[in-house]
Design a protein around this ligand. Structure first.
Ligand SMILES: Nc1ncnc2c1ncn2[C@@H]1O[C@H](COP(=O)(O)OP(=O)(O)OP(=O)(O)O)[C@@H](O)[C@H]1O
Ligand SMILES: [Mg+2]
Length: 256
């Protein structure tokens, strides 16, 4: 049976889809059989972020409405053959998709996979509850900013009303140059503040995160290994900005 993990946040735009997609790719690279399910009906973009939009024949709504079987709707990623994407491109926001019908689809797939990652919509309303109701575990993505942390805290309160096996936090968009001089909350402070174990730390790096799936970024490798082996190693985005060369990098970055 697959571990069903919802990637959620409360606040929009903090990196749920980026984390769900890249974490899925890293798990697949390690030989895990992974389904990445786009449960952000209406504002779906997993297909674009993973670069499979041209390869889609059926999507999850086709499965729910009986036009194909669940396995037929999976799009296998051309670069990660263990990664299978369940898109939601045809989904119109006005179509009602119940948690029960989503659960049925994922339960059908579960015996043949090791992980099912569920990309959750922003907010804490119907779409959030639908995605969380089908999961066994949750990853809360936040950035080190106050507004994201406040929304994460609200989402966590709601997550606690579900019988989830595990809830952990990924701190995304960490700016190493600010962290190095104490101008940003540290990931461990955030983990303490939210009272959740720290599963991963990801730096803010446009070159890497805006260009589709990352094949080799160490931060994603560590994240996948923490999830897979229940470890708590952390990537340190401040490392590049300490010492003499690091100070130089900080000065140069300020000038940009
Ligand atoms: N670590 C990062 N460094 C730089 N850019 C990032 C990082 N993580 C995400 N981004 C960028 O931030 C934007 C929002 O990311 P993403 O779509 O993953 O967020 P989301 O939480 O899924 O948003 P939504 O709530 O709208 O679904 C995207 O342009 C993405 O490329
Ligand atoms: Mg998203």
């Amino acid at each position: 049976m697959a571990r069903k993990i919802v990637v959620t946040s409360g606040k929009g735009g903090v990196g749920k889809t980026t984390v769900a997609s890249n974490l899925s790719a890293q798990l697949a690279k390690r030989g895990q059989r992974v389904v990445l399910c786009d449960a952000d009906f209406g504002l779906n973009n997993v297909d674009v972020v993973t670069g499979v939009e041209e390869l889609i024949t059926y999507d999850i709504v086709d499965v729910i409405e009986g036009r194909c079987r669940a396995k037929q709707a999976l799009v296998t990623h051309p670069d990660f053959y263990n990664l299978h994407i369940l898109t939601s491109v045809h989904s119109a926001p006005e179509r009602y998709i119940s948690p029960q019908s989503l659960k049925l689809v994922l339960d059908t797939l579960s015996p043949q996979f090791d992980f099912i990652l569920i990309d959750c919509p922003a907010g804490v309303d119907e779409g959030f509850h639908r995605a969380v109701a089908v999961a066994d575990e949750a990853i809360v993505v936040t950035t080190p900013h106050i507004s994201a942390l406040r929304d994460a805290d609200k989402a966590i309160t709601l997550l606690k009303s579900y019988e989830l096996d595990k809830i952990s936090v990924v701190v995304n968009k960490v700016r190493g140059e600010l962290l190095a001089v104490g101008e940003s909350l540290s990931p461990s402070e955030i983990s303490e503040l939210l009272k959740l174990p720290l599963l991963g730390v990801l730096p803010e790096e446009y070159s890497i995160f805006n260009g589709g799936l990352s094949k080799a970024h160490p931060a994603f490798k560590i994240l996948a290994s923490n999830l897979l082996f229940d470890k708590n190693k952390t990537y340190n985005p401040a490392r590049l900005y300490t010492g003499f060369l690091g100070s130089l990098r900080r000065v140069l970055k300020k000038r940009l």
